[in-house]
Design a protein around this ligand. Structure first.
Ligand SMILES: Nc1ncnc2c1ncn2[C@@H]1O[C@H](COP(=O)(O)OP(=O)(O)OP(=O)(O)O)[C@@H](O)[C@H]1O
Ligand SMILES: [Mg+2]
Length: 548
């Protein structure tokens, strides 16, 4: 890991380090925005109504209520979600190119007619995301020298199935944007001891923070958050910026300091949610860490646990949640070099996490299959066993998983993080949950059906399908073979699961090819629903024997 030097006196808050002008992973913001919109429309509006067909190397997709047919180039025959490429065209007599603005209009029209509701914010969110991508493209510099941090800061286009993947509220975000290589010292507060609330192990905060007088404890704050929150209380003293530079990770609000992550409230909307640590989530993270330690001892993977939090008791919920910081374990003890899975899946990815770099240029098919077998073998069994054997619902989407690779670039360990999306099933955890305060317990409980949907979506649709698709961009004829590898690992998990259990039946359905659930980000944004209530739509399941 890069060692981040202590800076005293600290440099200006929020400065963006300038580096050599090598902008890996160039992305055209107009094209990327249009493609993300079309991906969402095909998945959530056209396919569920059987309005999609393949013709002449193109995917034709009709928006049924506005009665408009679109098409885009199809890079190869689709197994799950079609891999599309521009130009995107609309049938008007002949074919006419459509840009992201027109596409956003058409999709908004379709959503109005489909749902009977309006969303006056939608167009602005799409435009804000597009503008953010453009600014990132203009100001981006070479990635961090540390491969892990470079991967965290490399997601220029972001989520491929989100209508506004880079939307961030307000104008201040560039100073804190991971994609711009931001680093900044944290702001530190001294909080009177009687106004501190904390649980678990937060010793890293005391180690990193400035010395404070007796009767006070340090509390770090994200500078953006502090500007928005302006906490006023006689129990809180602002000590200003201090200490090592923090590096924002791909979630923006979680930062890396050596060697831990700190997850802050920002109270800013980033893609789906206004990012805030609710008080019951602070407590829930620490409780989950307690519950998950023995579970992960039995799984062949790593967990970045969240052993503690600290916040204030003054200023009501606003400050208690607004200033709450969760401590997450760092990455130094991991074998190999950790890389963010989303960076590996990024088809425009450059730098240390690019699949061409990990596999070696022009890798032979056997190398690709062996690499993928290692990848899937590290990711799939722990996620399925966590659910099937332990009643633990992980959220292994591309941004919540790190893949540690050895010197040859081969995966040697999967690392799971983000306890906010990690849930427990009621049955095996009944007595554990009963000992927690009601709101804490209910926020971290899922029913089995929703939990399974979440696992299957995150693991297969959000995560593995995207990495497989990026591998197949380099080796187009291999996609069916890649899915056969996934199938083999699921079959093995099924073999380890007692046949008469619900879990085994779920796996049999998966292997028989029942459609997979895909999170409907477009519909969820349109409805302005919280992420927790997100709708799902079915997508083809490439695990079925005849397909794979
Ligand atoms: N394929 C993807 N799936 C999910 N999120 C993605 C993906 N690609 C990029 N992202 C981005 O990653 C972020 C994931 O948010 P998530 O809710 O997991 O993070 P968080 O809880 O705020 O922070 P942390 O992950 O550090 O706990 C979002 O900003 C999302 O847009
Ligand atoms: Mg996350």
């Amino acid at each position: 890991m890069t060692s981040l030097a202590r800076t005293e006196p600290p440099p200006e808050v929020g400065h963006v380090r300038s580096r050599a002008p090598v902008a890996g992973g160039r992305v055209d913001p107009d094209a990327a925005t249009a493609l993300a919109l079309l991906n969402c429309a095909v998945r959530e509006l056209c396919a569920p109504e059987q309005q999609v067909r393949v013709a002449d190397g193109h995917l034709m997709a009709r928006l049924p209520r506005v009665g408009v047919t679109l098409r885009a180039r199809l890079r190869r025959p689709p197994l799950m979600s079609p891999r599309l490429a521009g130009p995107i065209e609309e049938r008007r007599g002949g074919w006419t190119a459509v840009d992201w603005r027109r596409l956003a209009d058409l999709i908004a029209g379709e959503l109005e007619l489909t749902t009977g509701t309006v969303n006056p914010e939608f167009a602005a969110q799409v435009a804000a995301s597009r503008d953010a991508m453009e600014l990132i493209g203009r100001r981006r510099r070479a990635g961090d020298a540390d491969p892990f941090l470079a991967s965290e800061q490399s997601l220029v286009a972001g989520h491929r199935f989100h209508p506004s993947p880079k939307a961030r509220q307000g104008a201040d975000w560039p100073a804190y944007a991971p994609e711009l290589g931001a680093r900044f010292p944290l702001r530190w507060l001294a909080v009177r001891a009687d106004a501190v609330v904390e649980e678990g192990d937060v010793s890293v905060l005391d180690r990193l923070g400035p010395p404070v007088r007796d009767g006070y404890r340090v509390l770090p704050a994200h500078p953006w958050q502090l500007d928005l929150l302006r906490p006023e209380s006689d129990a809180i003293v602002d000590l200003g910026p201090y200490g090592p530079e923090a590096v924002p990770t791909s979630s923006v609000r979680t930062v890396y300091v050596p060697d831990a992550f700190l997850k802050f409230s920002l109270d800013v909307r980033i893609t789906n949610c206004v990012r805030k640590n609710a008080w019951y989530e602070l407590s829930g993270a620490v409780a989950l860490t307690r519950a998950l330690r023995p579970v992960f001892d039995e799984l062949a993977c790593a967990l970045l646990a969240e052993p503690g939090y600290r916040t204030v008791s003054v200023g009501g919920t606003r400050l208690r949640e607004g200033l709450g910081v969760i401590v997450r374990e760092g990455v130094r003890g991991l074998p190999g070099t950790p890389l963010l899975a989303a960076a590996i899946a990024d088809p425009d990815g450059a730098g240390p996490a690019a699949v061409s770099r990990l596999l070696g240029d022009g890798a032979a098919p056997e190398r690709v299959l062996a690499w993928w077998d290692a990848y899937v073998g590290h990711v799939v069994p722990p996620v399925l066993h966590a659910y099937l054997r332990h009643g633990v619902v992980l959220e292994p989407h591309l941004q919540n998983v790190l893949i540690a690779v050895d010197d040859e670039g081969t995966p040697v360990r999967a690392v799971f993080r983000d306890l906010e999306g990690t849930k427990l099933l009621h049955r095996p955890w009944e007595s554990f949950l009963a000992d927690l305060p009601g709101p804490v317990a209910s926020a971290l409980t899922y029913d089995p059906e929703r939990g399974w949907n979440r696992v299957v979506y995150c693991l297969f649709v959000n995560h593995l399908a995207e990495v497989a698709a990026t591998l197949a961009d380099h080796h187009p004829s291999m996609e069916p073979a890649l899915w056969r590898v996934v199938r083999r690992h699921v079959v093995r998990c099924a073999g380890d699961t007692p046949a008469d259990t619900d879990g085994a039946a779920r796996l049999r359905a998966l292997l028989a090819g029942v459609p997979l659930p895909a999170k409907a980000n477009l519909r969820t944004r349109w409805a302005r629903d919280p992420d927790r209530q997100a709708a799902y739509v079915p997508v083809p399941n490439p695990l079925a024997e005849d397909l794979a």
